[in-house]
Design a protein around this ligand. Structure first.
Ligand SMILES: [Zn+2]
Length: 538
């Protein structure tokens, strides 16, 4: 059944408007698509610092008919009917309906919490702090910590941030409680059950995997972190606050090798090399520096593949390039989606684990010695040191996210919201060893177990990279002419539609392939093949 052939049901009655609205599935999809467009653009403008006041509540008001019990009931009925029907169920029919259903329930939650959420966003974008006579916007604090070489000064910034966060915590808690109340009203036992169904994910099993990864990396982490603490902080690794993680993550020692002015230009050149430059015609890259612009780079898809936005606020250094490639992975994903796919496959995903996988495959290239030498002219010696440091940062981030997910899982599986602050600091301290402030328990949590999406994406990206290594060593020994690889990739991309690319590359590598090939070039082309041809369909 295509969405268009969905059966019309009797029109629901919208009590708030006193109007009868005709609804069927195509109309719901159509309206949902418009709603997503409006709401994505509203949050983008606020994040970009182009609009001071967040007014998503107004948008939810405009589309409130979508989030009524009647509309949800209509979609739910169709799901139930399809499941009960004796005929074989097409998995894509059910998948389409379920994606729409969960997009609507997500919308309902956001509709009910929109005013509070707007107040929180506006609060953060307006918040100011004074540190040693210097006035800073709240969003400037974290970049300051990232670049501040003096240990004590970083903690001063951290103290100031804590005050801003503590003031808004009651509002953040109210949003979470309201979300849980709505989910229970819809018939879900709780937060964990809702997201397990919405994201098709068994979090209890995943928690076991997370525990296993933690155990397997315990020794490595406990050996590595004290050395780094001594080397970078000049201190024993004891009672060190989590704010210093921001500094370690920024790898600011190597900032000089990553010039701010080149961030966007390098990404464009890189994309050209992949043969995917055409995709960028629908990607709007905003790299302007506005004080109230959120420093966290961001990609949004109001209407993929026709309209995709990438926001970045370069501050200088490695993190800019990492963020650019990461968000670039999302942007290419959005712009590469087939226009002909049904709306639910184009616009709604179960989780973000897939798109984060693409983001991580690209992101890690900024530590690759070949990539560094080609795009940024970094010497082999320095590149090796960067690679080593990046390995540490990746391990650190992994440990942090293992802690984040464990905290969220423990809190929600035990219905222990009131113990949230202590569970947060305890789990984060157990996995990172850094002293973690309880006040951050809500602002350091992305809704819907996003921490698990990241972890799954890291696992997925690592598996794809391993696969590529095996593939390439089985074909021929590696050589290292990166430039020729890029050119070759571009030519093949231009000549052929998605499906035939990989086959052609392998054939040519056997026969008249260029003499040189390398993991990066094949990985990039293969990644783009998969992006265009297979994975994006679901
Ligand atoms: Zn991402």
């Amino acid at each position: 059944m295509s969405p268009k052939s969905a059966k019309r049901s009797s029109p629901p009655f919208d009590r708030t408007q006193g109007l009868r609205i005709n609804y069927n599935l195509p109309e719901i999809e159509n309206r949902l698509e418009k709603f997503i467009y409006d709401v994505e653009n509203e949050s983008r403008l606020v994040r970009a610092g182009l609009k001071e006041k967040a007014e998503t509540a107004k948008i939810y008001q405009k589309y409130k008919d979508l989030f009524s019990r009647e509309v949800l009931g209509l979609v739910k009925n169709q799901i139930d009917q399809l499941r009960e029907s004796s005929r074989t169920i097409s998995s894509s029919q059910l998948e389409i309906l379920e994606r729409i259903y969960f997009a609507l329930t997500d919308g309902l939650i956001s509709y009910k919490t929109a005013s509070l959420d707007d107040a929180i966003k506006t609060y953060f974008s307006k918040a100011k702090v004074k540190i040693n006579g210097e006035e800073l916007a709240y969003f400037q604090i974290s970049p300051k910590i990232a670049k501040e070489p003096i240990f004590i000064k970083r903690e001063k910034y951290d103290d100031a941030a804590e005050k801003v966060i503590a003031r808004v915590n009651p509002k953040q808690l109210a949003v979470l409680k309201e979300e849980i109340r709505i989910l229970k009203n819809l018939g879900f036992p709780g937060y964990l059950d809702y997201y397990s169904q919405a994201k098709k994910m068994n979090y209890t099993n995943f928690f076991q995997i997370v525990q296993k990864i933690k155990k397997e990396t315990d020794n490595l982490w406990e050996r590595t972190m004290p050395k780094v603490s001594q080397e970078i902080f000049g201190r024993t690794f004891k009672n060190i606050r989590a704010c210093h993680l921001i500094y370690l993550r920024s790898m600011s020692l190597y900032d000089n090798f990553y010039p701010k002015e080149k961030v966007v230009a390098v990404f464009l050149e890189f994309t050209k090399g992949l043969g995917l430059f055409d995709l960028l015609s629908t990607v709007n890259i905003d790299d302007k520096n506005r004080p109230s612009k959120n420093p966290r780079a961001w990609c949004s898809w109001p209407k993929p593949p026709e309209e995709v936005h990438l926001q970045i606020k370069p501050i200088g250094g490695e993190q800019d390039f990492e963020a650019m490639l990461h968000e670039g992975g999302h942007a290419l994903h959005g712009a590469g989606i087939f226009k002909s796919l049904p709306f639910a496959f184009r616009n709604i995903s179960r989780s973000n684990a897939l798109t984060e996988t693409y983001a991580y495959i690209l992101e890690d290239l900024v530590f690759d010695p070949l990539w560094l030498s080609y795009f940024l002219n970094v010497s082999a010696f320095t590149a090796e040191r960067i690679k080593k440091q990046a390995y540490f940062v990746n391990l650190m981030m992994l440990r942090r996210y293992l802690g984040k997910f464990s905290y969220e899982y423990e809190m929600f599986s035990k219905n222990a919201i009131l113990r949230g602050p202590i569970l947060y600091s305890r789990n984060l301290e157990s996995s990172t060893g850094f002293v973690t402030k309880k006040a951050n328990w809500l602002s350091d949590m992305d809704s819907g177990f996003y921490s698990a999406d990241y972890l799954r994406a890291w696992i997925g990206a690592a598996q794809i990279k391993d696969y590529l290594v095996d593939l390439i060593t089985s074909v021929r020994p590696l050589s290292r002419d990166f430039r020729r690889g890029l050119q070759f990739g571009t030519v093949v991309q231009g000549e052929l539609p998605g499906g035939a690319i990989l086959e052609t590359i392998l054939l040519r590598m056997e026969a008249d392939a260029p003499d040189e090939s390398d993991l990066f070039y094949l990985g990039a082309v293969l990644g783009s093949t998969a992006m265009k041809d297979t994975l994006f369909k679901g």
